[in-house]
Design a protein around this ligand. Structure first.
Ligand SMILES: NC(=O)c1ccc[n+]([C@@H]2O[C@H](COP(=O)([O-])OP(=O)(O)OC[C@H]3O[C@@H](n4cnc5c(N)ncnc54)[C@H](O)[C@@H]3O)[C@@H](O)[C@H]2O)c1
Ligand SMILES: O[C@H]1[C@H](O)[C@@H](O)[C@H](O)[C@@H](O)[C@H]1O
Length: 335
């Protein structure tokens, strides 16, 4: 069976996922496209999906009888409405992170999926599919004893002026929020944000860098440096310290070169390259599950927990205080 997919939002990641589905993966085809800007959808149609139908409204794409499953790749604030519409139509939906921009909105999605009675939502937390994080998880689970601390860093080379202080949480840290609770099999109980000296490369409305301190239910202490104008490249670091040893996330594969009396290797600059394989694997998982009329991978519940945690971190940014995080009990169907 070929899963007929409609993509809503044809910006950077919507375009890249369309390429992936039509040129890299098997079992699916992008048959419909929609974007708030019709030119963006037309450009992706011309470049990557000549047979796809263009829809002015995402809601019409979701309702179309030609579409079996939906990818929501529009800007974060628009996700909730499209995911709810896909659930109402009974169609599997892959939603890019964040699932929603507030915890209340994410909860509405969790409740709609529960009322539907079957999993339909996969959230685009692709790091869970990354070979490096998967290797790290195996080591953390079996070889370094009880985890005690995590030191992590999320560095982007630079960000545009439209990127504001809270986006360091909703847009960037959200990857660590999800992947670290998965890695540790744990949840968060509190968040604090502290601000080091500001980089001169950060614009007026962005505090950069930031250090986010999270504490988990099991007592693990986590520090994540978010530094989105680090200048030198795109760099994701993660070190777990356990009772019997420590483990580091592997660096991306690169050539170590000896030249002109220097040992050198390249550092990536573009986030699209850093997790390129994991995007392929997450969408392959989505396609396989969608062919069975359901969803796999990171759940709406994971998206909801990430939203609660993000909200706490933003409150911590604003208040300067340690903000408690309390999660409702996880519904049994997400076990
Ligand atoms: N998983 C990842 O690593 C990753 C990477 C990048 C982006 N993302 C997420 O993907 C989403 C899109 O990010 P992007 O970088 O592609 O942004 P982008 O700005 O390049 O593209 C967003 C597109 O959505 C369209 N859009 C806006 N409102 C819309 C609406 N109401 N209906 C339909 N289309 C609408 C815009 O016209 C634009 O073409 C964001 O939620 C972002 O956080 C995830
Ligand atoms: O939307 C992007 C994307 O999620 C990247 O993975 C992250 O490193 C960036 O900080 C964020 O702006």
């Amino acid at each position: 069976m070929t899963v007929r997919i409609g993509v809503i939002g044809t910006g950077m990641i919507g375009r890249d996922h369309t390429r992936r589905i039509n040129q890299v993966l098997s079992g699916a085809e992008v048959v419909a496209l929609s974007d708030y800007s019709p030119d963006a959808a037309r450009a992706v149609q011309a470049d990557l999906a000549p047979g796809a139908k263009l829809h002015d409204r995402g809601e019409d794409l979701i309702a179309s009888a030609d579409v079996d499953a939906v990818l929501v790749c529009s800007t974060g604030a628009t996700h909730e409405a499209y995911v709810l519409a896909a659930i109402a139509a009974g169609k599997p939906v892959f939603c890019e992170k964040p699932l929603a921009t507030t915890a209340e909105a994410a909860l509405r999605i969790v409740e709609a999926e529960a009322a539907h009675g079957r999993r339909l939502v996969q959230v685009g937390f692709m790091r869970r599919y990354d070979a490096g994080y998967r290797m790290l998880k195996q080591v953390v689970d079996r070889q370094i004893g009880t985890p005690l601390m995590v030191h992590a860093a999320h560095r982007n080379q630079s960000v545009p002026e439209s990127y504001l202080t809270p986006m360091a949480i909703h847009d960037t840290l959200i990857h660590e929020i999800d992947v670290l609770r998965w890695l540790l099999d744990d949840d968060y109980v509190s968040a604090q944000v502290v601000f080091p000296r500001k980089s001169r490369h950060a614009h007026a409305r962005l505090a950069d860098p930031q250090i986010v301190l999270l504490e988990t239910k099991k007592g693990v202490r986590i520090d994540v440096e978010v530094f989105v104008n680090c200048q030198y490249g795109y760099d994701i670091q993660c070190q777990v310290v356990g009772e019997e040893g420590l483990a580091n996330l592997p660096e991306p594969m690169t050539i170590a070169m000896r030249r002109e009396a220097r040992l050198q290797s390249d550092i990536l600059v573009d986030w699209k390259q850093r997790f390129i394989d994991s995007y392929d694997v997450e969408l392959a998982d989505f396609i396989q599950a969608a062919a069975r009329g359901t969803a796999a991978g990171p759940t709406a519940w994971d998206g909801y927990v990430a939203a609660i945690t993000s909200d706490a971190c933003v409150e911590a940014q604003e208040s300067g205080r340690i903000v408690p995080i309390s999660l409702p009990a996880r519904p049994a169907h997400y076990d």
